[in-house]
Ligand binder design. Sequence first.
Ligand SMILES: [Zn+2]
Length: 499
Amino acid sequence: MLLLASLALFLAGSYSHAKNAATGFAIAKNDPVKLRNFLLRMPKGGDLHNHLTGTIYAESYLGWAAEDGKCWDVSARSIVSGPCSADAISFADVYPGGRLTPRLTIDPIIDSLSTRNFRLRGESGHNQFFATFARFAEATVGRRGEMLAEATHRAGRQNIVYLELMQSTGMLEAALLGKATANLEEELGMRVDHGELDKIVDNVVGELDEWEAKARKVNNCESEQASPGCDVKVRYLAQVLRIWAPEEVYAQTVLAYKLIKADPRIVGLNFVAPEDHPIALRDYSMHMEFIREIGTMFPEQTRGITLHSGELALGLVPPEHLGWHITEAIDVAGARRVGHAVDIAHTPDLYRLLKKMAEEEIMVEINLTSNDVILGIKYPYHPFELYMEYGVPMALSTDDEGVSRIDLTHEYQLATQTFDLNYARLRALSRNALQYNFLPGAALFEDTFAGEMVDPCAGESAADDGVSLDCQVFLDKNEKAALQWDLEKRYAAFEESFK
Ligand SMILES: [Zn+2]
């Protein structure tokens, strides 16, 4: 009885802290300055849609280009390897400080490597956005460890627990192998050279080891001055470039599945590059079939499928391309999550699809800034509220925070201000980033909005010092749930600060 009474007292205590945080949020909500600060400190489960190269801010690329003797090709507006030709700008001369004035040299370069000020220029957000990747590609060479350090450091500073970073290591080699040797007329399992792909897998695993060791060094993880990024858990998604020939896409897809199987750090796959590209449009159904069919050889790995789908808009492509990519990603490829998914209004059986997504908990990775800049889709044309109305799970993500010059906190702020969200809804969005990530094991919540936990942990609170034995056993067995518990601990501390 005493135990029950103290439990009730305790629950009332943690409930009132949550209520105080909600009140704090309500006060901050109408003041963008206070709101930014509230959301910066608020724990955020993760960023599940985040391309590693697009996460890096241009200034970092310029700094590495300067150290690595690279140059700015003025006419191509691209970073190129040294030595610099007479009409190129040497980064060593201009960055971070140099003989040329930043306003004339660095500012236009940063604009060229991002969507900063794109509305002042004669290029669409779409074209400017996608053009940046080739322009800074040279600066990424040999710098993956530093890139990982930057991504995790920034996440740690925002109280983000987890990142699922998309990256394409090994994909170029797989595509070349596919181009040279693949035969899609062969039997399944015989179409590409699996032995050669396995060698690429080994290389990728070795590279990840190197990136992570370098990132820990850059972030001083073994010292007293450790970056907050050292506490951010990172997993990877293998990204297949969808704008190449079928043989090349096929080989990459097999590699992606093999990578998930080979290394627990690689938890899923995604298809990337502009969905409106002529080849991506032409081959979309074939690609979904590739994912499904190859997946029959990798049944365990199909739980990690997330796909950019429905990142399209009327006017960008003919109407016939709208309203069915999301359906095929889910029904054919077996996607557990979809990224963007903003063309859903064009789906003929819209309500069947919404109900299916809600029932099967197919999560939407919401990228508000990216959708606005690339597609011109924002409130009231963004389907965020429709997904919410139908109970389709969502999480907020950045897509490419460096290219878009944003961060995840910015996206929480944008969502709050655009859709008039309350604290409970924001916390659910944050929890969803762990509930629907691709870490192994069971999830902690029955219901992320209500905060209802699954059976062995039902009724328990992370605000408490202890946890029941059954719940502890469950957490020990399930990596996903354990990380979710960590997020709840952070929420308990955050909410406690409002008492
Ligand atoms: Zn994306």
